[in-house]
Design a protein around this ligand. Sequence first.
Ligand code: FNR
Length: 380
Amino acid sequence: TSIYMAGLGGVVPKLPTDFASLQRQAEAAMPRDARNYVQGGCGDEWTQDSNAVAFRHWGMVPRMLLDSTTRDLSVELFGRRFPSPLFMAPVGVNGFVTADQHGDLAAAKASAATGVPFCLSTLANDPIEQVAAATGDTPFFFQLYTPKDEELAQSLVARAERAGASALVVTLDTWVTGWRPRDLNTATFPQLRGAVLHNYFSDPVFRSRLARSPEDDPQAAIAAWAQTFGKVLTFEHLSWLKSLSKLPLVLKGICHPDDARRAIDLGADAIYVSNHGGRQANGGIAAIDMLADVVEAAGSTPVLFDSGIRSGTDAIKAVAMGARMVGIGRPYVYGLALDGAEGAAHVLRCILAEADLLMAVNGYPTLDHVRAAGVVRTAA
Ligand code: FNR
């Protein structure tokens, strides 16, 4: 409420408080290559657009005469309590969008400032040990793009575990990158604007594979990275993934209830419904329209969600449809682009503030009330 009350009092926030203006302003400020990278979805971006539009096809019904003067937005996941259902979805090469190329440290600082956990991508521009330190008391997750080199996979995960990550998120939908016309019109992305894949390049196993250090020969390091990227994972690999650490295993990109059931039978600790923000496959239905069936199939196993969340209202709708936690992707990246850690924190605070006020006026004192209220399908 402090943002809202300040705004009513004439203290206008430095950055936009709605996604459309935020995106417009960020895109105007970003260099073309970074803009293409963040914006870019697959094909004509129909799925990407549908992800956000589909939230308009679901509506909530307010409840009255309940005391919602105080709200509890907290959730429990893997035995830990989080202050809200929000987390920052894994985004690779965050350093593209920040002036100093340390986009992941900036994201980590936004996480520390807001209590919204950050899921660090394998393709981070800052080493996980530094990111972990910058998140302060706020827990963080590590997202694995599984390399073909299994010893390297082991090393990346071991570092995450040692650094104190509270979950291992394995992305399943990106063993090869999708057809992204905007990227095709830009240079090879890891070399852009000097953003260095420091998390990879600092890895001892990765370094041991190189004839010369990444500092001395960055082109060879990029080539080695590209070669090992993209192990093809099947259900048979789940026991191996489980064996890499004691961390809870979250599988990102599962959208079909049968896949969710089978993965849970084989030991998945959480399912993460996502279509990668429409960046991998075009032509798929909106991610939010796949959530409820997966939640039903998952039973007591927690389900995380991202793709298309643009506001606090969207986040609460996803919770109403059964998501335990909800990932914010592009919105925080636009915040980073406009004002680094401060910008990302501003975006997260606006989403949190809107979610909190919505719960207040709709008579939902807790997320259990949100879930009980559910959503209603409206005309498209
Ligand atoms: C991503 N996403 C992603 N996912 C992942 O598992 N590892 C990664 O490194 C990345 N990198 C990445 C870069 C950029 C620029 C974007 C926009 C997205 C996907 C991300 O985790 C999430 O699924 C989407 O961002 C959700 O879509 P919206 O809500 O951001 O449109």
